[in-house]
Design a protein around this ligand. Structure first.
Ligand SMILES: [Zn+2]
Ligand SMILES: [Zn+2]
Length: 237
């Protein structure tokens, strides 16, 4: 029986630990308490949480030194054990209800002026082997919930890239540079749009920034990055 049908007949399970819970997609109390929800105070440029309120419009050192091309980096939760588990279960299990769980908690971070959602694409070889793109699953759920259009194929990854783990920031940027392009059929959706680039995990930002670059070059008015989880190096202040 396919996974999504099993989800209908089996008792709902916590997306974090698998304990039986009252409703599909709900976390048990213990996993819920271990999730770190991201909220202000944060950097006005990249939404990096600040340990204390620095006042309206305050920016982190990185954004002051190098103003970002994106319009913010929003994420529902900080990357931690539970957030990682949910992301991996979606990535390697492809069960739609994990995408629904993520989208439900990401929705409040969606900019009110968003005109279109664009998932970070996978290279087609990876889609063939896995069968789906987890970012596209999340973006589709978010689009359905928030009633915002989604352009699943506006962006293409035309060059496969090796995993970015264990690489320096400079190597990561060099690895993904030129890996993405706006599909010919996606140009009209991108031009002048307030886009939201959707991904599962925001790590160094190298991949998202490479996507932002090509979307802006194709005429997007703004691109906000929205992820399920964001890697937060502590003691950023
Ligand atoms: Zn749990
Ligand atoms: Zn910043």
């Amino acid at each position: 029986m396919p996974g999504h049908l099993l989800d209908l007949v089996l008792p709902p399970r916590c997306p974090g630990c698998g304990a039986t819970v009252a409703g599909q997609g709900r976390f048990c109390a213990s996993c819920w308490l271990r999730l770190r929800f991201l909220a202000p105070p944060w950097c006005a440029g990249c939404n990096l949480p600040f340990a204390f309120d620095r006042g309206e419009g305050a920016r982190c050192a990185t954004c002051l030194a190098d103003p970002p091309g994106h319009a913010g980096v929003r994420a529902a939760v900080a990357y931690g054990e539970i957030a990682r588990t949910v992301a991996l279960r979606l990535k390697y299990g492809g069960r739609p209800f994990y995408a629904a769980t993520m989208a439900a908690l990401m929705q409040r971070h969606l900019p009110i002026d968003a005109t279109c959602l664009v998932p970070v694409p996978l290279h087609r070889r990876r889609i063939w082997s896995r069968g789906y793109n987890q970012a596209a699953m999340i973006a589709s759920e978010l689009a359905r919930r928030a009633q915002v259009p989604v352009a699943l194929h506006a962006l293409e990854r035309h060059r496969a890239t090796p995993p970015l783990r264990d690489r320096s920031a400079r190597e990561r940027r060099a690895t993904v540079a030129g890996a993405f392009r706006v599909a010919p059929g996606g140009r009209t959706m991108v031009r002048g749009a307030s886009l939201v680039l959707v991904d599962d995990v925001y790590t160094s930002g190298a991949t998202a920034e490479a996507c932002v670059k090509v979307l802006r070059a194709a005429g997007a008015a703004s691109v906000t990055i929205l992820a399920w989880a964001r890697v937060i190096e502590d003691a950023t202040d």
